[in-house]
Design a protein around this ligand. Structure first.
Ligand code: NAD
Length: 257
């Protein structure tokens, strides 16, 4: 008999979710915990991370820890990997979710703002992945999921920092997918469309958002938090064993056009 739904069982798996204190990171962490995983949530704000972790423990009964760590710091990324090994004895799963968005026309943005977005969204993915790969290689097992974006594959005006960073994440995912596959480690990406998380609250009521973002998707609405959980569960589980460098779009049809 083929395993079917058991492919998604994460009992005993240890997962790191960067930027797990809110938004899609918390939703994915809860999804992983609901399937049996122990989770380590990282974020820049320790109190928010702790609140999210406590909710996960109370909802699912698995271990959930929070840690303050900035993905732009190599020392912090290494400390996160060390903490996961210390607490859970292994690192089965890394979800590179931490991200920021600074919007605006190129002539109004500063170079510093452009670089800030690359540092978090692109360099942070590279640094955190570099920190976990040695132990995953030793274990000959790993699941790495990068949060890219619709804007990693299509363009949108006033988004040069973000679209550049997510395009880089798409290509990093493909290169890592190939590089790590021989070691039993999969690396794939999710490309979400618009979800009404804290990242998008500043733009939720403006006309351009209604027309070019929410209006661009076939479902004509924001994604809901539980709608990211299925793609995350697929890519972190044994169900992803024949996937390498793939993009899974969860975008209400934005990129189907
Ligand atoms: P959010 O702003 O709600 O949460 C982002 C999280 O990342 C927070 O926990 C924050 O503390 C953390 N973070 C930011 N910079 C960090 C840093 N330097 N170090 C550590 N943590 C840091 O965002 P979200 O909407 O939940 O987005 C999560 C991911 O999904 C991001 O990578 C984002 O680009 C991507 N994404 C979101 C959408 C969307 O519509 N919300 C669409 C496509 C892709």
């Amino acid at each position: 008999m083929l395993p079917g739904i058991k492919l998604f069982d994460l009992t005993g798996r240890a997962a790191i979710i960067t930027g797990g204190s809110k938004g899609l990171g918390t939703a994915m962490a809860a999804g992983l915990a609901s399937a049996g995983a122990d989770v380590l949530l990282t974020s820049r704000n320790e109190d928010e991370g702790k609140a999210a972790a406590e909710q996960i423990v109370s909802d699912f009964g698995h271990r959930a820890l929070a840690m303050r760590a900035d993905v732009t710091s190599q020392d912090d990324c290494e400390a996160v990997a060390a903490r996961c090994l210390d607490e859970f004895g292994k690192i089965d799963i890394l979800v590179n979710n931490a991200g920021i968005n600074i919007r605006g026309p190129i002539d109004e943005l500063t170079y510093e703002q452009f670089q800030d977005v690359q540092r978090t969204n692109t360099n942070g993915v590279w640094l955190m992945t570099k920190a976990v790969v040695p132990s995953m290689k030793e274990a000959k097992y790993g699941r790495i999921v990068n949060m890219a974006s619709t804007l990693g594959v299509v363009g949108l005006s006033n988004r040069t920092p973000y679209a550049t960073s997510k395009g880089a994440v798409v290509q990093m995912t493909r290169a890592l997918g190939l590089e790590l596959a021989p070691f039993g480690i999969s690396c794939n990406a999710i490309c979400p469309g618009p979800f009404l998380t804290p990242m998008n609250i500043p733009i939720k009521d403006d006309e351009q958002t209604k027309k070019s973002i929410v209006g661009a998707v076939a479902l004509e609405r924001w994604g809901e938090m539980q709608e990211i959980q299925g793609a995350a569960l697929l890519l972190v589980s044994d169900a992803a064993s024949y996937m390498a460098g793939s993009l899974v779009t969860v975008d209400g049809g934005w990129t189907a056009k």
